[in-house]
Design a protein around this ligand. Structure first.
Ligand code: ATP
Ligand code: MG
Length: 367
């Protein structure tokens, strides 16, 4: 996939902007607060109809404006597509080749992107909830049915937790109700767990290869799924279902005492090991950053496997954080096959010599 051009109107600090003829590597250079991230964000929003850094569309619309317009032409394997998105307080309107899309979900996926921003370090350093969100977003991008089961699971979970909180003293009514909820919880939960296991298995394969490449073979990265019950390797739905139900019945007294559901995919986690040591605990800042980066680059390969085309890579402020060797390896990994947009505060902060034929854009006050 290749973004040929971009035009923005009243988007963040861009009043009017047209950028033509992007290259395969594009460097956005500028001082702080000039609009570099806003540009990457615009490409991200055209892909997913929402921002990577806010859930409030209002923040994307220029101050004192009512609506923002974004447009881009994207070259794909089977031809070019024109994407247009309009954001306003009334909602979003999306067009592909001039045709308004009835559902936003018909628009999402016309452009695929992988964004790597400083916040992604939290996937390695942060709480389990951040890692579950990473899994959910990435799996959801390529598997819509996953999002359905996730929504259903959340609904059942809330109702089941409410019932546990109301503490009916564990009478027979409660036992019957719990059994009903357990079945529904397990039905959707098992689908989520199975998808997560498949995704992590595939991601592990790519991420460890990429990580080895970036670190010149000195670091072996492993991803380990930490389920709230059973073994990480089990992927058979019937077995998972049985294990889930057994676990729930074992936890019953404790759940009633604590008023919440204590097993299921909402308590899963994921661990990263570098040369056998847990990266969250023992990894240096650079190792943690490289781990997060390897995951994102692995995603590029997964999307390619899934849709037969490479997504566009957006690197916000991350290149300058890596040592020159890691930068070079990274650039060489993607240079020939993935269109890339990179932001940095100065050209001297990145190993630009390696970026053959990069197009350089100087960003200043929204221009
Ligand atoms: P840094 O190097 O610090 O990351 P940057 O160039 O990436 O800087 P951006 O985040 O792209 O900076 O842009 C920040 C600027 O955009 C800020 O000055 C901010 O006030 C402005 N801005 C953010 N939202 C809006 C908006 N809705 N309307 C107008 N300007 C906005
Ligand atoms: Mg920025």
């Amino acid at each position: 996939m290749f973004v040929k051009n971009l035009s923005l109107q009243h988007f963040r600090n861009y009043d009017e902007l047209t950028l033509d003829s992007f290259g395969s590597v594009n460097l956005m250079i500028g001082r702080n607060a000039q609009g570099k991230t806003n540009l990457l964000e615009a490409i991200f929003v055209l892909a997913l109809t929402k921002s990577h850094r806010t859930s409030k569309d209002k923040e994307l619309i220029g101050f004192q404006q009512n609506a923002a317009q974004l447009a881009a032409e994207v070259d794909k394997k089977y031809g070019a597509v024109n994407l247009e998105l309009r954001l306003s307080s009334q909602g979003k309107k999306a067009k592909i080749n001039g045709l308004e899309q009835r559902k936003l979900s018909d628009f999402i996926g016309a452009l695929n992107v992988v964004m790597f921003a400083p916040e992604d370090l939290e996937i390695v350093k942060g709480t389990p909830g951040i890692r579950r969100r990473f899994l959910d977003m990435e799996i959801g991008q390529v598997t819509p049915s996953y999002l359905y089961h996730l929504q259903q699971y959340q609904k059942v979970l809330i109702q089941r937790n409410n019932m546990l909180k109301q503490s009916w003293g564990g009478g027979s009514d409660m036992t019957t109700m719990l059994e009903i909820w357990n079945e529904q919880l397990a039905e959707h939960g098992v689908k989520i767990i199975k998808k997560r296991k498949q995704f992590i298995r595939k991601l592990q394969k790519w991420a460890s290869d990429i990580h080895q490449g970036i670190t010149n073979g000195t670091e072996r990265l492993e991803l380990i799924y930490l389920p709230s019950f059973g073994e990480a390797e089990e992927e058979d739905e019937a077995v998972l279902l049985r294990q889930f139900m057994i676990k729930l019945s074992q936890m019953k007294d404790q759940e009633i005492r604590r008023g919440m559901t204590l097993a299921g995919p909402h308590r899963d986690d994921l661990a990263f090991y570098i040369n056998g040591k847990e990266a969250q605990v023992y990894g240096s800042q650079g190792q943690q950053r490289t781990t997060a980066l390897s995951l994102k680059l692995a995603e590029i390969e997964l999307i390619h496997e899934e849709i037969g085309e490479y997504p566009v890579l957006l690197l916000d402020d991350v290149l300058s954080e890596l040592d020159p060797y890691r930068q070079t390896q990274l650039i060489e990994t993607f240079q020939s096959k993935v269109q890339t947009f990179i932001t940095a505060t100065g050209i001297e902060t990145i190993n630009a010599g390696k970026l053959k034929d990069a197009s350089i854009y100087h960003v200043q006050e929204g221009q």
